[in-house]
Design a protein around this ligand. Structure first.
Ligand SMILES: Cc1cc2nc3c(=O)[nH]c(=O)nc-3n(C[C@H](O)[C@H](O)[C@H](O)COP(=O)(O)O)c2cc1C
Length: 331
């Protein structure tokens, strides 16, 4: 059960991927725990200031798991100059053959990646971008919908519409990203035609994630309506927790404040500090609407085992609905 083209492509047991987590959150402990539990863990390369640091994290992860894991390279604008090619090269040289890109098309790196035998996944937010990714040779697309943490497209299209549209648009496997934290999310994504799910917010609130426990506990208190979009005005839409600070940033952006004034307030260093101290009221904290479905801080293994066993129950229940064999089981 739960074997899809994606599990075959990546060599994993369950079609569950841990989304890249910037701000220093997806470290070896989390990544290896996801892979050891049968999913695919994902190192986030830009968490590392240098490629040597990235190499070290990859080696540490390899010491904790012999299962496949991936490296994400987020191709978004950064304050410090980044040579992305060096990050790709470091990952490939360290023997990681699953690469995920996000932020913009990986077109210019595809030859390098494919020549090295990499499997390339790319995050997209629309059918148009999914088609482009397929055309440039990407092996699977993660479709990031409106609900998601990180950077959904400013089109504001929810997963129930976006996933099947992308499934219809491309032949390569589609991974549903955004709004998934439990078995219901997995089964519904599979029903929409996706061949796997990618979760960010759920894994942020796990024992192995290095986010300060105060911040995790704060996430347990907030609900599905407590996030908002910022940075639309500067073409870099991001979903964050609705705080006074986030609202002030949004007002500055909509009021046309110059970027030089905004950037120091939202720098990666500030976010990283906040994640480490747990005091996140003065930093933009990206989180998905699915935070409303998260009520505990389990281990990664508990999350994945729980999703898989409950997904089996749901599928059995759906079969009862189909056959009408057991009315009680449908409740
Ligand atoms: C704290 C946090 C940091 C993230 N950082 C990145 C990142 O650096 N690069 C990236 O491609 N996606 C990033 N994401 C997005 C996730 O990888 C994933 O696409 C998203 O969380 C899926 O939506 P969900 O949170 O509803 O599961 C981040 C998400 C969270 C919660």
């Amino acid at each position: 059960m739960f074997k899809t083209r994606l599990t075959g492509l990546l060599g994993i047991e369950y079609p569950i991927i841990q989304g890249a987590l910037g701000g220093g959150l997806s470290r070896a402990e989390l990544v290896s725990a996801v892979s050891n539990a049968g999913g695919l863990g994902m190192i986030t390369s830009l968490n590392h200031q240098t490629t040597d640091e990235l190499r070290e994290e990859i080696r540490k992860t390899k010491g904790l798991t012999d299962k496949p894991f991936g490296v994400n390279v987020t191709l978004l604008p950064t304050v410090r100059p980044v040579n992305y090619e060096e990050y790709f090269a470091a990952a490939l040289e360290e023997g990681v053959h699953i690469i995920e890109t996000s932020g913009r098309s990986p077109d210019s790196y595809m030859k390098m990646l494919k020549d090295a035998g990499a499997i390339v996944m790319h995050k997209v937010g629309s059918a148009r971008h999914a088609r482009t990714a397929e055309r440039v040779g990407v092996d699977a697309v993660s479709v990031v919908s409106f609900e998601a943490a990180g950077h959904p497209l400013p089109d504001d299209v929810a997963s129930s519409v976006l996933i099947p549209i992308c499934v219809d648009a491309v032949k390569i496997p589609v991974i549903a990203a955004g709004g998934i934290a439990d078995a219901r999310g997995l089964v519904s994504a599979l029903a929409l035609g996706a061949e796997g799910v990618l979760m960010g917010t759920r894994f942020t609130v796990s024992k192995e994630c290095t986010l300060h426990v105060k911040a995790k506990e704060w996430l347990l208190q907030i609900g599905e309506a407590d996030t908002m979009l910022v940075h639309k005005a500067i073409n870099n839409t991001e979903r964050v927790i609705k705080t006074g600070f986030a609202q002030r940033i949004l007002e500055m952006e909509e009021g046309g404040a110059p970027l030089e004034e905004i950037l120091p307030l939202i720098s990666g260093d500030k976010v990283r500090e906040a994640y480490n101290s747990g005091d996140i009221s003065d930093a933009l904290f990206t989180v998905g609407q699915v935070v409303g479905l998260i009520h505990d801080i389990p281990s990664v293994k508990e999350i994945i085992d729980g999703i898989i066993s409950e997904a089996r129950n749901i599928i059995r229940r759906l079969q009862y609905i189909d056959t009408g064999a057991n009315q009680a089981a449908t409740r």
